[in-house]
Design a protein around this ligand. Structure first.
Ligand SMILES: Cc1cc2nc3c(=O)[nH]c(=O)nc-3n(C[C@H](O)[C@H](O)[C@H](O)COP(=O)(O)OP(=O)(O)OC[C@H]3O[C@@H](n4cnc5c(N)ncnc54)[C@H](O)[C@@H]3O)c2cc1C
Length: 428
């Protein structure tokens, strides 16, 4: 190879990436195909190039949110009658997976935002409510959806507190106390992605009742305006991966919110969390996208077609071919299982479906990191430079298995128990 060829990075590849899920093979709806193409287009043309910026200094991807707003994607799961795109659960997951290929921090924080529309939208529609509750919910969600659709408001979802609450084993310590015209919120949330950047924090807290022990059934879901008095964003944010999520700590000290801050009527969040477990799968699309990106990177790199690197082919070595085959098999396994799980997501799924959802989350989170590991080992030292996305993918991928309530450990724990014990069964 000549000197000139070694130093010439070659032509930049501008062809549109292939979809993660072939429309015909997976019988995707027209809406799913269109949303995935939109996410891929935005991701490839804008988010991929900026991802390094957010990662380098751990700053929030504000520019990407302007693009998400312009594309209507902030309202992806808001029903059409409220001005949103009306995407269903699977359509959202497919779109988020495509986005995850290009910027993990954007896809993950976008997920926190979209969750507020999912809980209040298609999940709430599946749940039993009294007529009065339903009417009030309709009125209130119209307010929240209007802010998102018309004003581009961004909602976050801080629930972690560093206790067993985020794992779903005890009530949240953050307290909501009834006061004239609304609630007073006091408490602390850690790992609050979008801290200092969201317009509303969708806080899970426990409604206090005099003379009654705090209970998970009394979980309140309140949209606290980021500008309310008594809120502080504190602490550093300098983690190994997902650095653009800016998941700093939020402190709430006597914060007043009015009654319309309630995102779901009393008791309905608890019902939704227990009836719609697939909701906790919504962190997985980001990481499935990262797994796809690690695989795609490896193919491009070994073919000597990686923009910004010399056109050196490495594909002719049998060890590389075997490693790529191993990666493809892992990716196909993860994608097939994931597609089945997000396709069958529903209210009150069977025990088998729930175990499959745990298995899916575990598989996606672990596979993403495994594929990034294999990609680095297979591509070699030059693939790890910060000028290329692989080392960021590797660091971002490490975070998936740690996300509560379905960490990799807790998924294993839940599968083992569900397999060996019928509901309510003990060894006593
Ligand atoms: C990049 C990033 C972004 C995040 N964004 C958000 C966000 O927007 N909102 C939000 O609410 N949270 C967010 N989180 C927090 C995340 O969901 C977890 O709450 C957090 O990672 C838990 O860390 P910890 O050290 O407090 O875990 P710990 O609670 O100390 O748990 C450590 C490990 O022990 C295991 N474990 C925990 N509880 C139990 C139990 N009861 N039984 C058995 N095993 C258990 C789990 O496997 C867990 O990984 C984010 C985390 C990261 C890394």
């Amino acid at each position: 190879m000549s000197e000139a060829a070694l130093s010439d990075p070659g032509p930049v590849q501008n062809a549109m990436d292939a979809p993660m899920f072939e429309a015909a093979a997976f019988s995707l709806s027209e809406q799913e195909v269109e949303l995935c193409a939109l996410a891929r287009d935005l991701g490839q043309s804008k988010f991929a190039g900026r991802a390094e910026l957010w990662d380098k200094d751990a700053v929030f991807p504000t520019d990407n949110y302007a693009d998400l707003k312009d594309a209507g994607l902030l309202g992806i799961c808001i029903p059409e009658k409220y001005g949103g795109l009306g995407a269903g659960f699977r359509a959202y997951c497919l779109t988020a997976a495509e986005m995850g290929r290009y910027c993990g921090s954007t896809a993950l924080t976008w997920n926190m935002h979209v969750c507020s529309s999912l809980w209040t939208g298609l999940l709430a529609d599946d749940l039993a409510m009294s007529e009065a509750q339903r009417a009030e919910h309709e009125r209130r969600r119209a307010i929240h959806y209007g802010r998102i659709v018309r004003e581009g408001a961004v909602y976050s979802q801080p629930f972690s507190e560093g206790s067993a609450a985020a794992a779903g084993f005890q009530p949240f310590s953050t307290a909501a106390t009834r006061v004239d015209g609304g609630y007073r919120v006091d408490g602390k949330k850690i790992f609050a992605s979008l801290a200092g950047h969201a317009d509303y924090y969708g806080v899970l807290c426990t409604l206090q009742h005099e003379g009654r022990e705090p209970s998970m059934r009394d979980t309140a879901y309140l949209a606290v305006p980021a500008t309310a008095d008594g809120i502080q964003v504190v602490g550093d944010w300098d983690p190994v991966g997902m650095r653009g999520t800016v998941s700093r700590t939020l402190l709430f000290d006597g914060v007043f919110v009015d009654e319309d801050a309630e995102l779901m009527p009393q008791g309905v969040y608890f019902l939704a969390a227990s009836s719609w477990p697939h909701m906790f799968l919504t962190l997985s699309p980001t990481y499935l996208g990262i797994a796809q990106a690690a695989y795609d990177f490896t193919i491009t790199y070994l073919r000597g077609e990686m923009p910004g690197t010399p056109p050196v082919k490495r594909r002719m070595y049998p060890t590389k071919q075997i490693a790529v085959a191993e990666m493809r098999i892992k990716l196909e396994n993860a994608k097939s299982l994931w597609f089945q799980a997000v396709s069958e997501a529903c209210c009150k799924p069977s025990a088998d479906q729930v175990m499959r959802a745990y298995a899916t989350n575990y598989t996606v989170m672990e596979t993403a990191n495994d594929l990034c590991r294999l990609a680095i080992r297979t591509c070699g030292g030059q693939s790890m430079f910060k000028s290329l996305p692989l080392e960021r993918l590797y660091r971002d991928s490490r975070c998936g298995a740690l996300m509560l309530p379905w960490t990799a450990e807790l998924c294993m724990d839940r599968i083992g128990r569900s397999a060996l014990y019928h509901p309510g069964e003990t060894d006593d």
